[in-house]
Design a protein around this ligand. Structure first.
Ligand code: OKP
Ligand code: ZN
Length: 344
């Protein structure tokens, strides 16, 4: 299968993030994508192509234009204020505070448009995220153009980003942009399967009241795992979207057996939906050696995941999400993709 590689990912290079009261080396680093690229090349997975620019309009189909403008200009605003190092939010409009008006203050807007202090906004965040969305749209073009599958190698990830907020290392929701673009191209039912360790709160929220995108996710239980405030099993959709959202939270430390049982349950729901396209939010932070996650998958399980997704039978667009055991993620991703499409 072809890989669409967002080389501009490297523009987003945070050095540090907050952890237990101090700034520690960032987990979501450019080396992640470098290792995956090397592994994809070594495995001779297929041609590696560059993203084609589809412009801002497809991003505005799922994100508020004011939010996108904010992210695009945030680094310049931060620099004009004399900001040193990366920008972090420090104040949020929680319950009883107003979020329907955007204050003039940059600090206030950083909070208005974010969900956590764990997502450093850097000089190149917008460039990397914009081109990540373009790479996702380019991968979608491949799959709609007749390819059985495509893999989009990009960072930062996207599934925590909501219609109008960044967070969880994410700025632009690549899965949501691609799903909406697929609908805009004429498809009627798109499934998103999110196998990242973390619940994709942004993706879920964007499509929560809609029946044309079915979001299914297996993830660490939000009782103890990020993003904490979404991802419970009782979130099944609302309004026209009722019945088109399915969450399979698993306790931190869950066995591989439990994980694959949840995968079967999720795929059963998606199979009944009869999607014309499957988008896989492919986080490999489910790996046993991941430094911030608590599942136990390893090479054989990633390969089995790929095989199972191939058996699902749909056109499939793989989008890179998390995975923080930097040197291992390339091998883990390639195990999934080769499981999906064994070498002839
Ligand atoms: C993004 B994705 C660890 C803090 C964790 C949020 C994790 C975001 C994961 N020091 N912060 O879903 O892989
Ligand atoms: Zn994750």
């Amino acid at each position: 299968m072809k890989t669409v590689y967002n080389a501009r990912h490297a523009a987003h290079a945070a050095t540090r993030e907050f952890f237990r009261g101090r700034l520690v080396p960032a987990f979501e680093v450019p080396a992640r994508a470098d290792y995956v690229l090397a592994a994809v090349q070594a495995a001779q997975l297929g041609e590696i192509v560059a993203p084609v620019d589809h412009g801002l309009a497809p991003l505005e189909r799922v994100h508020a234009p004011a939010y996108l403008r904010f992210v695009q200009g945030a680094w310049a605003e931060w620099q004009a204020l004399g900001g040193e190092g990366d920008a972090f939010p420090a104040v949020w409009p929680v319950r009883s505070l107003r979020s329907d008006v955007a204050p003039r203050s940059f600090a206030a807007r950083m909070g208005l448009y974010s969900m956590d202090s764990g997502t450093p906004l850097t000089a190149g965040s917008w460039e990397a995220a914009y081109w990540g969305a373009q790479a996702s749209l380019t991968g979608l073009d491949q799959v709609l153009g007749g390819e059985r599958s495509a893999y989009v190698l990009t960072r930062p990830p996207g599934h925590h980003a909501g219609a109008d907020f960044f967070g969880g290392y994410c700025f632009v929701n690549n899965a949501a942009v691609a799903a909406q673009a697929a609908l805009d191209a004429g498809l009627q039912r798109v499934a998103i399967l999110d196998v990242d360790y973390h619940h994709g709160n942004g993706t879920q929220a964007i499509f929560y009241e809609r029946a044309d995108v079915f979001y299914a996710s297996l993830h660490g239980d939000p009782q103890t795992e990020f993003p904490f405030f979404l991802g419970h099993a009782d979130e099944t959709g609302a309004g026209a979207g009722l019945g088109f959202n399915a969450n399979f939270p698993l306790p931190a430390g869950a066995s591989n057996e439990a994980w694959f049982a949840a995968l079967e349950a999720a795929l059963e729901r998606l199979q009944a939906y009869e999607p014309e396209l499957l988008i896989v939010s492919l986080g490999v932070d489910t790996y046993g050696g991941d430094p911030i996650s608590h599942f136990k998958l390893d090479r054989p399980e990633f390969s089995r995941l790929g095989q199972r997704l191939a058996a699902f039978g749909a056109r499939t667009l793989f989008l890179q999400e998390g995975g923080y055991a930097t040197e291992a993620i390339g091998h883990n991703v390639v195990a999934v993709l080769q499981g999906f499409e064994p070498r002839p």
